[in-house]
Each structure stands twice: as structure tokens, then as C-alpha cells.
Write a protein that binds this ligand. Structure first.
Ligand SMILES: Nc1ncnc2c1ncn2[C@@H]1O[C@H](COP(=O)(O)OP(=O)(O)O)[C@@H](O)[C@H]1O
Ligand SMILES: [Mg+2]
Length: 237
């Protein structure tokens, strides 16, 4: 074996629809995502990136194939065990931020800790500190509809990191951030989520943050076309 593995996909197929409208979106993905690294998944719109990370996250079931996360086969887990596993080990940043509109920024960012059993007070304290680091100290008591897109995205990033998950999975995390805030967000993600037994997976088109990639996977039409170490010459600044 080479590097220790965060996520392994074996023959993952995904089809949507049935009968004449059936569409095969993933054509048998074999992929190993290493621990101790930040891996970027890039590829044109519609090639299946969100579908693949949704299956890895256990939010969508595969039509066929197997997935292991941190050595556990999630495609075999029952619903309850999968929910618990996700809550303990994974953090997500979705393309749509999925913030709860009736909760403040601090409360939204605190949710994963409360789900894990922290008291509300301690969860909010930790969430609040993280939001400060993301430049939201003045806005953290506001509700999502009172925040800009970029601010909402930072709340979503804080929510993904607050419970210190071993794997952070994010879909276009910097899409609505300016260059500086995008860098800060990536730095924080790397800081909180890197370490020899941790991994960050980022789906992105944002070449401004490519320097944060240790590995680059390129996807095209439902297949991983290449997977390689990122070299400095490919990075922008
Ligand atoms: N829930 C769904 N039902 C039907 N088709 C879907 C669904 N989700 C995604 N697709 C289709 O799967 C393909 C891949 O989508 P997606 O994974 O979102 O691509 P990407 O994230 O790379 O832009 C697209 O053709 C999209 O229309
Ligand atoms: Mg997508």
C-alpha cells in the first residue's frame, strides 16, 4: 500500500431516472483519496463532481460500487450508523450553503457540535471563535438573510470545521468570496483539517486557490481522467 487512504471508491456507478430517461452520470469510479493532504476535484460543469462527493458523503446512494471512508465501508452501513459516522467524521460545505434561516450565524455554525452532544453554550462559544477568525465578528449574531453571499459562505465554512472533523468535503467553497477571503478560508480549512490522519476534498473551478492543492483529480464525463500530485508551476497566486 502507498499512502494511507481517506476515501476509496471502487466501481462507483450512478444513474438517475429510469427507462428511456435513464442517464448514467458516473461510469465506474475507482479513486483513492489520500490522508494527510488536500485533494482538489476539478472538471467541467455537469461532469459529475457534485454527484460523486455526495455519494462519498453518504448523502446520495450509488447505483453500484463500493465506498470506504476512513477504512469503513459506508455503502454497507445502515442509515442510523451512517448518520452518526457522518456527524463524527465529516464536515461539509455545500454549493448552496444550506444555512437554517431561523438560526443566527453563530447558532448555524454551532449545529454540528450540538448534534454531537455539546451543550449549546459551549457549542456557541466555539462557533463564535471560529467566525471571528473568518472575519465575521461584527455579523455573527445576524440571521442568514441579513448576510451577503460571501458572509453566508463563511458561516458554512465555520459550520463544516467547528467539530474538528477528520474529513472536510467542500463544493466550490470560495465561489462567492473575494481573493483575500478565499485565501483565508482555504488557509483555515487547511489548518483545521490537515494533519496526517485528516483530509480535505475540494471541488472547485477557482484557479486562484489551486496553490492549496496537494493532489489534483480531473474529472470528465463521469470518469476520473487523471489524478496526480500538484506541482507549483500549475498553481496560480
Ligand atoms: N438529482 C438528479 N436527478 C437527475 N439528474 C441529475 C441529478 N443530479 C445531477 N444530475 C445530472 O447529473 C449530471 C452531473 O451533475 P453534477 O454531479 O451536479 O455535475 P457537476 O457538479 O460536475 O457540475 C448532470 O447531467 C446533471 O444534470
Ligand atoms: Mg456541482
Amino acid at each position: 500500500m502507498g499512502l494511507p487512504i481517506a476515501v476509496e471508491c471502487e466501481g462507483v456507478i450512478k444513474e438517475f431516472g429510469s427507462g428511456s430517461t435513464k442517464q448514467r452520470v458516473l461510469h465506474g469510479i475507482d479513486w483513492q483519496v489520500p490522508l494527510g493532504a488536500t485533494t482538489f476535484l476539478v472538471g467541467p460543469s455537469g461532469c459529475g463532481k457534485t454527484t460523486l462527493i455526495s455519494i462519498i458523503s453518504g448523502l446520495l446512494s450509488a447505483t453500484a460500487g463500493r465506498v470506504w471512508v476512513l477504512g469503513k465501508e459506508t455503502t454497507k452501513m445502515r442509515k442510523g450508523a451512517l448518520v452518526r459516522f457522518r456527524a463524527d467524521h465529516l464536515g461539509f460545505i455545500f454549493q448552496q450553503f444550506n444555512l437554517l434561516p431561523s438560526l443566527t450565524a453563530v447558532e448555524n455554525a454551532a449545529v454540528p457540535l450540538v448534534v454531537q452532544g455539546s451543550t449549546l453554550a459551549s457549542a456557541k462559544r466555539q462557533a463564535s471563535g471560529l467566525l471571528d477568525r473568518l472575519g465575521l465578528e461584527k455579523n455573527k449574531w445576524k440571521y442568514p438573510n441579513q448576510l451577503s453571499g460571501g458572509q453566508q459562505q463563511r458561516v458554512a465554512i465555520a459550520r463544516a470545521l467547528v467539530h474538528n472533523p477528520r474529513i472536510v468535503i467542500s463544493d466550490e467553497p470560495t465561489a462567492s468570496l473575494d481573493a483575500e477571503t478565499g485565501h483565508e478560508a482555504m488557509q483555515l480549512m487547511r489548518e483545521v483539517a490537515s494533519g496526517p490522519d485528516r483530509a480535505v476534498i475540494v471541488v472547485t473551478h477557482d484557479t486562484r486557490i489551486f496553490e492549496f492543492a496537494d493532489y489534483l483529480a480531473t474529472m470528465f464525463d463521469g470518469r476520473i481522467e487523471s489524478f496526480r500530485q500538484n506541482t507549483p508551476s500549475e498553481s496560480s497566486h
